[in-house]
Write a protein that binds this ligand. Structure first.
Ligand code: NAD
Ligand code: TYD
Length: 438
């Protein structure tokens, strides 16, 4: 199964790619990522040589590029790509509208086109259950783009050299062209919309149709990764169910709600087998240090103040990223089209409790906590009722928050160069803008 994962260089996407390649030998991943400030190929270190992994640098809103990827064969899409930080959406909503709404629309359009072409007689009348058995009819081979010799078209996207693993026909598809001394590597540059030739040695080109074993079919063609934030804020009682009304507070959550509605509309109107997942706040390795947990861990490690918004009593329902990935695997293989699945880790904590635990784990003083001006429109409490995914797909979170947080703190302690590199770059300017006068 060839999975198009968008936003796979970000926090959850990169964890998902590692997870699914490990869990499912029949899966091959194409990772389409724009590499915004939040996208980091270091999150995927070690996968460059994996024959079941391909990276494409580009924008989900680039219709030509997305169509090109589909023409090489895709069985299902998981859309993680997004502008994901509430505070940034308060500073400037434009990229949120652009990526989260318009980008999602482009992905949905292209997926729908493909779905129509590859389901005999159009979309099924009752779009439910395992639906993509026929998706083994993958994109018909395309002619090589102008200027690219047949021998190199197999190695199209921004790929690392791949080895001819599995039942790959890499040798046939991508054998070296004599004119290139066996070293031709071409890549599609999403920004310029053109094919480029590099001199990187790659004789083991990307086979077009058969990366990964043919295997279990996906149950849905498109998973829209959404958030509990679309439901807005809760009072002290109650939890969000899939029927809770949408009531987003921030430009970020409003853009995610819009994308959810688009995805569900494409299901109703075009029969595209879509599932929408709404998870609570994730935590774990490789999270960009602008979000609460990694920001607090890394600031504490640097003995810097820990900026807590308002009274610190806002509640978030923490979900370990690996539990999230397992839930997505279940939705991919067994989810029902047209459905929404809430995913939450039974991990409600106040921000202050989280911050104090981090300080305790790092043996740092509580005096590092600084209460700062509250976020405008700050949602007071989120809490997810995940009983639908538990009942229908048998999912349960495996990580308790205490153990998961301790392991996460340890990861940041051990991976200091990873976050120090991030924090030394453009991040500094962001931090000053966000927290400078607060
Ligand atoms: P992230 O900010 O860490 O990563 C986002 C990734 O998307 C980055 O790699 C970025 O380069 C890429 N991207 C951004 N715009 C793009 C575009 N136009 N085209 C292609 N790639 C683009 O985000 P995350 O925390 O991993 O979140 C992933 C998804 O999960 C998002 O859709 C987010 O809304 C959702 N979500 C996240 C959380 C959380 O706690 N992190 C909670 C609920 C929902
Ligand atoms: P965040 O990680 O930004 O996720 P979200 O806003 O999507 O839930 O924030 C989690 C909570 O932590 C939220 O209530 C805001 C709060 N927060 C702080 O108190 N200080 C900070 O510096 C940040 C980034 C967040």
């Amino acid at each position: 199964m060839r999975l198009l994962v968008t936003g796979g260089a970000g926090f959850i996407g990169s964890n998902f790619i590692r997870y699914i390649l490990n869990a499912r030998p029949e899966v091959a991943v194409i990772n389409l990522d724009k590499l915004t400030y939040a996208g980091n190929l270091e999150n995927l270190t070690g996968l460059e040589e994996n024959p079941r992994y391909t990276f494409v640098h580009g924008d989900i809103g680039d219709r030509r590029l997305v169509s090109e990827i589909f023409s090489r064969g895709v069985d299902a899409v998981i859309n993680f790509a997004a502008e994901s930080h509430v505070d940034r959406s308060i500073m400037d909503a434009t990229p949120f509208i652009e990526t989260n709404i318009r980008g999602t629309q482009v992905l949905l359009d292209v997926t729908t086109e493909w779905w129509r072409e590859h389901t005999a007689g159009g979309p099924p009348a009752t779009p439910a259950g395992p639906m993509l058995e026929r998706s083994s009819i993958r994109g018909a081979p395309t002619d090589p783009p102008a200027g690219v010799t047949a021998s190199t078209t197999g190695d199209n996207f921004d790929t690392a050299p791949v080895s001819g693993g599995g039942n790959s026909t890499a040798g046939a598809a991508g054998g070296a062209s004599p004119g290139q001394a066996g070293n031709g590597k071409s890549r599609f540059n999403g920004d310029s919309g053109s094919w480029e030739h590099g001199s990187t040695i790659s004789t083991k080109d990307l086979p077009r149709e058969d990366r990964g074993q043919p295997g279990t079919a996906p149950a849905v063609a498109f998973i829209q990764i959404s958030t509990d934030e679309v439901y807005g804020s809760l009072g002290p009682e109650g939890r969000f169910t899939e029927e809770s009304p949408l009531n987003p507070s921030s430009p970020y959550s409003a853009s995610k709600a819009a994308a959810d509605l688009l995805a569900l509309a494409y299901h109703r109107t075009h029969g595209l087998p879509v599932a929408v997942t709404r998870c609570s706040n994730n935590y774990g390795p490789y999270q960009f240090p602008e979000k609460l947990i990694p920001l607090m861990i890394t600031n504490a490690l640097e003995n810097r103040p820990l900026p807590v918004y308002g009274d610190g009593l806002n509640v978030r329902d923490w979900l370990h990223v690996e539990d999230h990935c397992r839930a997505l695997e279940l939705v991919l293989y067994r989810g029902r089209a047209g459905e929404i699945y809430n995913i939450g880790g039974h991990g409600e904590r106040t921000n202050l409790a989280v911050v104090r635990t981090i300080l305790h784990l790092l043996d740092k003083p509580a005096g590092l906590i600084r209460f700062v001006k509250d976020r405008p429109g700050h949602d007071r409490r989120y809490a997810i009722d995940p009983s639908k995914i538990t009942r229908e797909l048998g999912w349960q979170p495996r990580h308790t928050f205490e153990r998961g947080l301790a392991a996460t703190v340890e990861w940041y302690v051990k991976n200091r160069p990873w976050w120090e590199r991030i924090k030394s770059g453009a991040y500094r300017e962001y931090y000053e803008r966000m927290y400078g006068g607060r």
